[in-house]
Design a protein. Structure first.
Length: 485
C-alpha cells in the first residue's frame, strides 16, 4: 500500500475549489481535537473544517473551534440544515466515544437515501469494546521477554508441574463476523453494521474504525490513573489477575488513519486501529506509576472492589492486529511502540494539555528568618497533596536509611566527617544527594520546595549548572574528597 500523489485527491473527491470540505462531529472532544490537528491540512493543502461542538451553543466550544482550524460551527437546532451542511462535505467523521447514538443513526440513515452530488467518504470511529466478548482461542506465549518473566514467577515452584503461559490469539479485521460486544456497546455494533450497509450506495464510501483504548493528548480513559500518579496518591489498583491484554492506540494515530482513509479509496471497509504493543493491565498501571509517581508495587485486588465502565476496560483481554494501512511502512506513526515504551512522551503530553507545570522553589535564610514556615506554606499552597518539600538533612537521612553498598559507604563517610567539628560532607557528595532527589519522578513532574540549600555560590553552581564538556573530550572523573570545613 502506497499513499497516492497529492493531485489525485481532487479527482477522487470531486471537489470544486482548492480545499476539501470536512465535517467532524464534536470538534472540541478528545478525539475531535486530534482529528482537527491532522485533517486541517492534507498534503500541505488547507482544508475547510466544519463541525459541531459537544454542548450545542456552548460558548467555550465555539471559542475553541477557530483555534482548531474549524471555519464554521454547525448547530443541531435544525436537523434539516445540519444534514444539508453534512452533505456538502467530501469527508464526514463521527466518533462514537462522544457522539449521541440517535444522532449518528439519523445521519447514517439519511446518507442511505440521500442523493449525493459528489464522492463522499463516511468514517465511523468505534471501539475494540465491540469485540470484548468475542470467543477467544488461546495460544502459548512466544515472546522471549514474557517467557523470562514466567520463569522468574516460577523459580520458587521447582518440582511442581508447570503449564506454559498462554495468551489470546490475535484477532484481525478478517474476523469481523465473529465480534461480540460488551453489554454497553451493543448499540455501537448496531451502528457499525448500519454503516457497513452503506457500501452499495453510489458515490458513498463508508468505513468503520475500531479504535483501541485511547491514550495521549492529555488523556481521557486513563486520566484518573495519570492524575493520581501526578498527585502521588497511592490509589492505583490492578484487577486480579492483571495479566489480561488491553489493546491501545494513541488518539493521534487514529486521526492519522482517518487521514489515510480520506486519501486512499482501496481500503477495507472495516479497519482496526491499535498500536504494535501487547500490553497487559499490569504493564499499563505499573508503568504509569513508575514513570510519574513514587515507585511502588501496585496492589492486586478482586474485581468486586472496582466498579463502573473503567472496570470493563481494564478487564479486556484481547490481542488485536492493526489493519493493513497501519502495518504499511508509509504510515506515519505517532506512538508505534505503544503506551509504556512512550510513557515519557505521553506523560509530557498529559502535563502540557492539562497545564501542569512543575513549580521549583529554593528558599534560604539565616536562623530565625522563618524560612521553614514559609516553605511549608508555599509547598502546601502550590504543590497540592503530600507536597515535595525537602531540606538537606532530610535528604541525607533518607539516603543513610537505604540498603546497599552506596548507603553503607555514605554512612562511613558521615561517621568520619562527624569526628571533625564543623566539617561537612564533600561538595560532590552533597550535590549528588540533592540532585538525585530533585531528579525523582515527583520533583520532575510537580516541582519541589528546597529549604536551606544551597547556602553558598559554590553549592548553587555545582547543583544547578551543567559542566560544559568540549566535543571529543570526556568529563573529569570525580575524585574522593575529605570532609570540608
Amino acid at each position: 500500500w502506497v499513499c497516492p500523489p497529492p493531485r489525485s485527491l481532487q479527482e477522487r473527491f470531486g471537489r470544486l475549489g482548492p480545499f476539501m470540505r470536512i465535517f467532524i462531529n464534536n470538534v472540541d472532544s478528545f478525539v475531535g481535537r486530534a482529528l482537527c490537528a491532522d485533517l486541517r491540512s492534507v498534503f500541505d493543502q488547507e482544508n475547510r473544517l466544519l463541525g459541531t461542538v459537544t454542548v450545542d451553543g456552548s460558548e467555550a466550544g465555539i471559542t475553541l473551534a477557530p483555534t482548531l482550524g474549524v471555519k464554521r460551527v454547525v448547530t443541531r437546532g435544525n436537523t434539516k440544515e445540519l444534514l444539508k451542511d453534512i452533505l456538502t462535505c467530501s469527508l464526514i467523521v463521527y466518533d462514537l466515544h462522544s457522539a449521541d447514538i440517535e444522532e449518528v443513526e439519523c445521519v447514517i440513515k439519511h446518507l442511505k437515501v440521500a442523493t449525493l452530488e459528489h464522492d463522499t467518504t463516511f468514517v465511523l470511529i468505534s471501539s475494540v469494546n465491540v469485540w470484548a466478548r468475542t470467543k477467544k482461542e488461546y495460544v502459548p506465549v512466544k515472546s522471549e521477554e514474557e517467557e523470562e518473566e514466567q520463569q522468574e514467577d516460577d523459580e520458587d515452584q521447582e518440582g511442581l508441574s508447570r503449564e506454559s503461559k498462554k495468551r489470546p490469539k490475535e484477532l484481525s479485521d478478517a474476523d469481523l463476523d465473529r465480534r461480540v460486544p460488551s453489554a454497553c456497546h451493543e448499540s455501537w455494533k448496531y451502528l457499525e453494521t448500519l454503516t457497513l450497509s452503506l457500501s452499495p450506495k453510489a458515490k458513498l464510501r463508508p468505513h468503520v474504525i475500531a479504535a483501541g483504548i485511547l491514550y495521549g493528548n492529555g488523556e481521557d480513559v486513563f486520566n484518573e490513573l495519570f492524575k493520581a500518579a501526578w498527585l502521588t496518591q497511592p490509589v492505583h489498583k490492578i484487577i486480579h489477575p492483571g495479566d489480561n491484554y488491553i489493546p491501545c492506540v494513541h488518539v493521534r494515530d487514529v486521526a492519522r488513519l482517518v487521514k489515510v482513509v480520506a486519501a486512499e479509496s482501496n481500503l477495507g471497509r472495516y479497519l482496526i486501529a491499535v498500536d504494535k504493543s501487547r500490553l497487559t493491565q499490569t504493564d499499563i498501571v505499573q508503568g504509569i506509576v513508575d514513570q510519574i509517581s513514587n515507585k511502588r508495587e501496585v496492589p492486586v485486588v478482586s474485581d468486586s472492589e472496582v466498579e463502573g465502565e473503567f472496570k470493563d476496560i481494564m478487564t479486556l483481554d484481547l490481542i488485536m492486529e492493526p489493519s493493513a494501512p497501519m502495518r504499511a511502512k508509509a504510515f506515519q506513526w505517532w506512538s508505534k511502540d505503544g503506551l509504556v515504551k512512550n510513557l515519557g512522551k505521553v506523560a509530557a503530553e498529559f502535563c502540557k494539555w492539562r497545564n501542569l507545570r512543575p513549580i521549583k522553589v529554593v528558599v534560604t535564610g539565616p536562623p530565625g528568618s522563618g524560612a521553614e514556615g514559609l516553605c511549608a506554606r508555599v509547598a502546601e499552597r502550590y504543590l497540592h497533596e503530600d507536597p515535595p518539600h525537602f531540606c538537606f538533612g532530610q535528604i541525607l537521612q533518607e539516603a543513610l536509611s537505604e540498603q546497599g553498598r552506596a548507603a553503607a559507604k555514605l554512612r562511613k563517610k558521615v561517621a568520619k566527617v562527624a569526628k571533625v567539628p564543623g566539617a561537612k560532607l564533600p561538595l560532590k557528595i552533597r550535590t549528588r544527594l540533592v540532585k538525585a532527589k530533585l531528579m525523582s519522578n515527583v520533583c520532575r513532574y510537580r516541582g519541589y520546595v528546597l529549604e536551606g540549600y544551597p547556602t553558598s555560590y559554590e553549592e548553587a553552581t555545582d547543583l544547578f549548572t551543567e559542566l560544559d564538556v568540549p566535543d571529543g573530550e570526556e568529563p573529569p572523573e570525580e575524585q574522593e574528597e575529605d570532609g570540608e570545613e
